[in-house]
Design a protein around this ligand. Structure first.
Ligand SMILES: Cc1cc2nc3c(=O)[nH]c(=O)nc-3n(C[C@H](O)[C@H](O)[C@H](O)COP(=O)(O)OP(=O)(O)OC[C@H]3O[C@@H](n4cnc5c(N)ncnc54)[C@H](O)[C@@H]3O)c2cc1C
Length: 245
């Protein structure tokens, strides 16, 4: 559609990322669920990293669950270069690096890293890439979601914008149908051009905001503001591990 390969269009995000997976049982499982029932962010500009911890799935025994984490740090070097340490480090070296960096966290936040076995650290490296498109041709082929504005997940907005795209595109196509313009290519192109313009502008803002979320977190930590605006603390409720028939 753009006559350019994705290797040309996707840009490397200057963040190293290390990924780990582990199974937690009993009280360790409960402690993670108390931090976030499905996932939580650890944003610690003082220690220089962003962490994302998520529950893949609970196991059928109801007492344990499979978790994953992603540990990210800003890195001005080309993290996609095969000689970058991220690609040459062993699983043990990557885990040691994570444990050293998180050593000053309170125990409840370090636990997920400390309980990860060496073989739980992903061997393959992970390089984030995002996409900034300025324009798209308007016609009968339309982009939405990550295909048009792939972004890092730091702000949790990728799927949110994909849903908005879908709703806007549905409205655009619905209007063409109501006005019996579906077979009028000039009307289709004009409608899609309008959709593209709004979608790309909104997507671009989100891609850039996600890319700079670490710097933003750092600024907000200095002014003691929460990283995500509009968040409300939930009343604490005890986690009970119980199998229901
Ligand atoms: C760790 C992580 C956490 C995230 N957290 C959040 C969050 O909290 N909130 C949020 O809003 N977003 C989040 N996102 C982003 C979100 O997952 C994506 O933005 C969203 O899934 C994009 O949807 P999509 O339909 O555009 O693309 P995708 O979900 O990637 O769907 C594309 C589909 O096309 C299929 N496909 C690819 N090639 C072909 C082919 N040739 N033929 C057929 N099928 C093909 C793929 O298998 C895939 O199923 C997160 C992403 C990650 C990685």
């Amino acid at each position: 559609m753009l006559q350019r390969p994705s290797s040309d269009l996707l840009q490397v995000v200057p963040l190293t990322a290390i990924v780990g997976e582990l199974t937690l049982c009993g009280n360790a499982f409960k402690r993670q669920l108390a931090l976030g029932h499905s996932a939580y962010n650890l944003i610690n500009p003082e220690l220089g990293f962003i962490g994302f911890v998520g529950l893949h799935y609970a196991l059928p025994d109801g007492q344990s669950g499979r978790f994953f984490w992603m540990f990210m740090q800003p890195d001005p070097e080309d993290v996609s270069h095969p000689q970058h340490w991220l690609h040459t480090a062993s699983q043990q070296e990557k885990l040691d690096h994570v444990l050293k960096t998180t050593a000053k966290l309170p125990p409840k936040f370090r636990e997920v890293f400390e309980l990860t076995p060496v073989h739980g650290v992903r061997e393959e490296s992970h390089v984030w890439r995002d996409l900034e498109l300025e324009s798209l041709p308007a016609g009968r082929v339309v982009l939405l979601g990550d295909a048009a504005h792939a972004m890092t997940p730091s702000r949790g907005e990728g799927a949110f914008h994909a849903f908005i795209d879908a709703m806007k595109l549905t409205t655009t196509l619905g209007e063409l149908k109501v006005n019996a313009k579906v077979n009028d290519i000039v009307a289709v192109e004009a409608a899609v051009a309008g959709y593209n313009e709004e979608m790309l502008k909104r997507g671009l803002i989100a891609v850039r905001a996600s890319r700079s979320s670490y710097q933003e977190a750092k600024k907000r930590a200095e002014t003691r503001q929460h990283f995500t605006t509009g968040m409300r603390a939930l009343a604490p409720s005890p986690v009970a591990l119980e199998l229901k028939a």
